[in-house]
Write a protein that binds this ligand. Sequence first.
Ligand SMILES: N[C@@H](CS(=O)O)C(=O)O
Ligand SMILES: [Fe+2]
Length: 276
Amino acid sequence: MLVEAAGVLTELEGGGGSRLASRDGGSIRRRRRQRRPRRGAVAAPAAVQRLFEACREVFNGITPGAVPPLAGIERVKSVLDSITTADVGLTPNMSHFQRVNPRGTPEITQLKLYECEAFSICIFCLPSRGVIPLHNHPGMTVLSKLLFGTMHVKSYDWAAQQDTPDVAFQGSRLAKVKADDILTAPCETSVLYPEDGGNMHCFTAQNACAVLDVLVPPYDDGSGRHCQHYNVSSSAFSVGGSMVLPDGDRYEWLEEIEIPHYLVGSTYMGPRILDH
Ligand SMILES: N[C@@H](CS(=O)O)C(=O)O
Ligand SMILES: [Fe+2]
């Protein structure tokens, strides 16, 4: 360790010791020399590489539609919890977070970091006021980490028959409201499951937001994993599209809708994932 006294740099024996060598007893400012990695030292893998390797170990071989082992989900979740905006090379002032269409509607940019049959890793960039409309994740487990920004999240799961006698009405289906919250980064990674945890959700950005998603497995129309969109339909049974049942939970009627493609693909420019 180098220490500086009265302008003279003195190399202390033994590196990190707290004993300070001062020739003239003057004030001492410690200055650590930039440590060079020891020869042969290996740099820690980038955070996104650690995320990829955890996903590969935990999700490879999982039967589509099955919920991965909870210990595995917890492991990937803890890696996601540790990832910061800097780890993926994004900042809110990038063009991804300013994009609007000719009508002034904010456009959502999707950055694909990795995809295989078992899982995909993506980042969704929402400009302020950007909306990811209400959609499902059929047979999927999804981990979502808000990297920065503030966004409103509303999520649902389909009402179970035992919750209420009528789960279908004039083309609408009854869904239980699971979340209706404002999230501000940094916050915990959220997890949704095929039948629970808010398998259908929509996001409304209050300001520039970036969401890092792990989809297990990815959408795949050929395998019946089609991303279906929905509207909240007001119905004779509910006032303003929402009702509270005897179990005390809130329910709304959802109807399937078709919407034009709204994601803009762009190239991820952050640290690369090596699938070696
Ligand atoms: N799950 C959506 C994006 S999102 O909900 O962040 C998708 O993969 O298209
Ligand atoms: Fe989603």
